[in-house]
Design a protein around this ligand. Structure first.
Ligand SMILES: [Zn+2]
Length: 83
C-alpha cells in the first residue's frame, strides 16, 4: 500500500467515511455521493492536497457533473477516464 493510500484511508476513517473513499474499486470520492466503484468506470483527478500526484477516483455521474461545470466556467476539464 502506498503512503498516499495509507494516509487517505486514515483520513477517511477520521472523517467518518468508508475507508476506501476515493480509492480504486472503493467508493466515489465525492462526499455527497460515495457510490461503489467496483466494476464501474473509474474517473480520476489528481489529489492537490497531498502533492503526491495520487489519483482520486469518482463515479461516472460525478465525473459528468464536474465536466459539465468545468465547461460552464470554461475551466480545464479535471476528470479523466482510467483506461
Ligand atoms: Zn459519485
Amino acid at each position: 500500500m502506498s503512503m498516499f493510500e495509507r494516509a487517505k484511508r486514515r483520513r477517511n476513517l477520521q472523517e467518518g467515511y468508508p475507508e476506501d473513499k476515493g480509492l480504486k474499486d472503493g467508493h466515489c470520492n465525492r462526499s455527497g455521493c460515495l457510490a461503489p466503484l467496483e466494476g464501474q468506470p473509474h474517473w480520476w483527478m489528481t489529489d492537490h492536497e497531498t502533492f503526491t500526484d495520487a489519483r482520486l477516483y469518482y463515479c461516472q455521474t460525478c465525473a459528468n457533473q464536474f465536466t459539465a461545470w468545468g465547461k460552464h466556467i470554461k475551466a480545464p476539464i479535471r476528470c479523466t477516464l482510467e483506461s
